[in-house]
Design a protein around this ligand. Sequence first.
Ligand code: DGL
Length: 269
Amino acid sequence: MKGTVGLFDSGLGGLITARYLHQLRPDLSLLYYGDTAHLPYGDKSPAQIRAYTREIVSFLVEKGAEAIVIACNTASAVAHEVAVEAAQGLPVFDAIQPALARLLNSTPATIGIIGTYTTITSGVYRDPLREAGYLVQERPTPLLVPMIEEGWLDHPATHATIETYLSALGEIDTLLLACTHYPLIEPAIRRYYQTTGKPVQILSTARLLAEAVATTLPRAEDLSPPSLQIWVSDPNPRFQALAERFWGTALPIMPASTSPTALAKSPAP
Ligand code: DGL
């Protein structure tokens, strides 16, 4: 394997996953597709998300991806098979399996799950967890992705929304961030639980997915420096600014194909 991984999501969430993967496996070259023209995915129909997935995976394969990472819970919940078909035999990682494996290996607990409407209503987490005897409290939290893409990471409206959503979950001891965007508001979520005085373990599907990919893929055989290419379906300055803030470096974000840019060595976020 030369070491080229293609990841995608509706926007920033998959880029967060890519950042974690880069920290864990700096030898890999990354191709990232942010489908900003169709953001948020969470309120689209499964058929629509499957259509986007097919197109994006084909694009990444054409650009040279040797493995595909569905860095989006919503697409993982409803479009895994389509991604596998479009990947033409390449390995496909989804956001759900690593998180489920981790939860199913934990001691019985009350697990809270937050994510998009599509992810929550699909039951991809709830059903296997309940079957295994876990108590599950779940809730769609659709307002969070637009707030994150707006850069409202520490905004009073975001704190109020988080409080409204999380207080409705009731008592839990583990919270699964079942949307790859949510690590950006993890500090705000932690702050909410500090105010309640009840310790809650927070698990991030973005981080668990990056760990699974990092530990599964073999070392890159290509000795040329790893590269990063990022495409978005609808470039906008807010996305660029937030993405660069999170990566801590200028990023080559393209509306269409250009030549690869060397991965910058940048500090951890
Ligand atoms: N980050 C994605 C997820 O994990 C998609 C969020 C959205 O676009 O609604 O579900």
